[in-house]
Write a protein that binds this ligand. Structure first.
Ligand SMILES: [Zn+2]
Length: 152
């Protein structure tokens, strides 16, 4: 089985685990076990266990998705190799003047804050381009990010 297939199966198992432990936490025990004695106590144990399992599976699911996305991101699209891309220094593509809506504190003569005003202040919007280059075949992909800041 490929590495990729293995990850997919792990994710499916996590999702099913989360679903089952939710069901376990939300359904009364009597639906599963009609003639058990110490019924209410068993119900509490059952529900606590279900909630704990839910938390564990949700955490594992979140971690898996995070790792899955990272691995997917650093895979080269051209030569299909894993952990192939290396981040290069970002470059400034463009810079433009914009107005930024900001809240500005209103103060009295003693300098105490008496409220806030929303107003437009001059700002700059910069667009950056970060290349990620494959260390095996040299092909690159680019991630574009825009940052808007007030000029203060
Ligand atoms: Zn490559």
């Amino acid at each position: 089985m490929s590495f990729w297939g293995f990850l997919k199966i792990m994710l499916v198992i996590m999702a099913i685990g989360t679903f089952l432990s939710f069901i376990m936490a939300l359904t009364p025990l009597s639906l599963w076990q009609w003639n058990g004695f110490l019924h209410s106590m068993a119900f509490d144990v059952h529900r606590t266990l279900g909630l704990r399992l839910s938390i564990i599976f949700i955490s594992l699911l979140a971690i898996s998705i995070f790792v899955f996305r990272k691995i997917w991101f650093y895979r080269c699209r051209e030569c299909k190799k894993f952990f192939a891309l290396k981040k290069k220094a970002r470059r400034l593509l463009s810079s433009q003047d914009v107005s930024v809506l900001m809240s500005v504190d209103r103060r009295n003569r003693e300098g105490e804050k008496i409220g806030e005003n929303e107003q437009y202040v001059p700002g700059t919007r910069k667009t950056y381009d970060t290349p990620y280059e494959c260390k095996y075949c040299g092909s690159a992909k680019y991630k574009i990010k825009t940052v808007t800041r007030a000029n203060l």
